[in-house]
Write a protein that binds this ligand. Sequence first.
Ligand code: SF4
Length: 360
Amino acid sequence: MLVHICCSVDSHFFLEKLKNDFPEEKLTGFFYDPNIHPYSEYRLRYLDVERSCKKLDIDLLEGEYDFEAWMDAVRGLEKEPEKGKRCEVCFDKRFDVSAHKALELGEKKMTTTLLVSPLKSQEQLKRVGDEFYKKNGVEFIAVDYRSGGGTQDQSRVTKEEQLYRQDYCGCIYGLTMQRESQDKLMDEMFSPISNTVLPASIEERLSLYGYRMQLEDKGREYRIQKHKFLNYRQFTCKLTLGKSTPVAAYALSYSTLSRKRAEGRIEAEIDGIFYFNREEIRFITLEKFNFLTCKSFGSVKELIYNPLSYEEEAELRFKITKSIYDLTPIIVLEKIPDEKLTLTLDAKIYEDTKEKIIEI
Ligand code: SF4
């Protein structure tokens, strides 16, 4: 039987039950979810499904990430709410491609973990499945693992197995609406030109969940624990001499400017730290930066493309300000100008949670 899989939270519980109810069937998982955005999140969900299938000894196939075809299918439905028309098209597309995959593989039966999703009507899935059976001879197995306490069992399994619990359905449209209604930054969509792994980003989770698979392969015990912290995202940083001549400048992480723009001059220097006459801004030269961090960057541009880690920058900030709560804009320049300067810095600090692995 081919089993279309949407995510590990739905599939692990579903596959366990299916194995139990259909002991004679050889189950093959099929991960086909081009709706998931961004691609890093798609990889993360796939990774956790891979782990789950490995634990359950089920073969797993990966479908095509035909994201553009999915976008074409839902065109015109971008503004639909969750559970609306866009979701119907999204479910039907994933179902249809999976059913054709079953046909291609010569399977006689197929089903989908979308059946445990509270977003989808089981009756509608069954109707579509039965129509496909009539036309193509692949039987749709419409199991109901939701009722009779199934939903509670599913959350117990999710917790016990420490599955990756995503906090949005999958597509860019659903994510945008969710974050807007929560009045929350859509930090999933940040992708710095430097490829830095940002705190609590999808990339950070990818490496954490990859690491946990390594621990499991070695038989080591661990626990994934969440903790609260102050997160930071920088949108833009621009420095100009006067109002228009740009200067290469790098703002350390956790640099914030309440009005996003400040004009002024450097008015003092103490121990290689240059003080601006507005908004507590400080400047250091690249030479000073290299000295304090024991690095050897040749230019600010090089630093922009290969910045330090957030932890290293926090150490540097502490060396400069002697405070662990400091949010002063600290700007690195190749040389300190005499002219009037305009700094534009748009950045956000916000409360967030991130996961950590604790080895036991
Ligand atoms: S919200 Fe979820 S089900 Fe609806 S279209 Fe987006 S990914 Fe598909």
